[in-house]
Design a protein around this ligand. Structure first.
Ligand SMILES: [Ca+2]
Length: 304
């Protein structure tokens, strides 16, 4: 799958093309708000695909009823500094600190980051030939992926020393774990589960929303028995039932990028979900975003 083709070579954020709009396929599935005329004037003059999709749904009320999924909006509880040069690929929270993996050839790393200050406390670089991707912590180790090299790394959680490598087929995008397995996304609509002891694949989980596959699943987080997944190049996080693979609700984070202060380039998309299970705090950030947010989820009222 072409993921970063417009970027290479060279990596040049200032010259990136305009951002693509949201993933229309998934956007079609969620319960878009219905705009009334008093709200119309406040919308940006440039109609987004989301808005067009909303109009289409308005024009086809029967279909809108059929494709409705519950939506949650995000209330920002706290915001913290985040390294604007970090091309965030993986994010997790453990023992009071954040761990983050970053991407791009020559800029990929794993980091331990202080939540409040955003300061990088510890860092290990990933060799230049690799494009870093998602990461998760398992026991006293960190497992990190690479995009197309079919190579993963296992790091000591405390020392950040590289302990060993593993290989897997296909691409590596996001990584998290349940109580038994590591869960890997690869840009498709299928999540793959691995035994962390052997890194052998043990099962696959097709992810669907109202019967349709949800492609481009990216950064992952295991949250209270559910899998949260960024949908790449969208402002959406889908909440997946790990038993059935069904998306049962969607978190709409549109507006957070602007609030983060990030420049709107094609690559500075939402991509980072971490959960503090002890204090039940949910954190999100994006690639090259100067801010990281703690958010609380608020159900969006259903419109008639
Ligand atoms: Ca994560």
């Amino acid at each position: 799958m072409v993921k970063y083709a417009p970027l290479r070579p060279p990596f040049a954020p200032a010259r990136l093309p305009a951002a693509p709009e949201r993933t229309p396929q998934l956007q079609d599935l969620i319960n878009l708000p219905r705009f009334n005329t008093s709200q119309l004037w406040a919308l940006p003059w440039k109609l987004s695909l989301a808005f067009i999709a909303a109009l289409l749904l308005q024009a086809q009320p029967a279909q809108a009823q059929r494709v409705r999924l519950p939506i949650f909006d995000a209330v920002v509880v706290n915001s913290y500094p985040h390294d604007p040069d970090a091309f965030t690929q993986g994010l997790l929270f453990r023992d009071g600190v954040l761990y983050e993996s970053t991407g791009m050839n020559g800029r990929s790393s794993i980091r331990k980051v202080a939540l409040e200050s955003g300061k990088v406390l510890q860092k290990a670089d990933i060799p230049q030939q690799y494009f870093g991707e998602g990461m998760t912590a398992w026991k006293d180790e960190l497992f990190s992926l690479t995009w197309q090299s079919q190579t993963g790394f296992v790091w000591d959680l405390k020392t950040f020393k590289l302990k060993r490598q593993f290989s897997y087929s296909g691409e590596g995008w996001g990584l998290t774990h349940d109580d038994k397995h590591l869960v890997l996304s690869d840009g498709t609509a299928t999540l793959r589960f691995f035994d962390p002891a052997t890194m052998k694949e043990v099962k696959r989980l097709p992810v669907t929303a109202l019967g349709r596959p949800v492609e481009q699943l990216n950064e992952l987080e295991w949250v209270e028995g559910q899998i949260y997944a960024n949908v790449w190049q969208s402002d959406l996080i889908v909440r997946i039932d790990p038993a059935s693979g069904q998306v049962h609700s969607v978190i709409d984070l549109s507006g957070l990028l602007k609030r983060s202060g990030a420049a709107r380039g094609s690559e500075d998309v939402l991509n980072g979900i971490a959960y503090d299970a002890a204090k039940k705090r949910l954190f999100v950030t994006g690639k090259l975003w100067p801010k990281l947010f703690e958010i609380r989820l608020l159900p969006r009222p259903l419109t008639q």
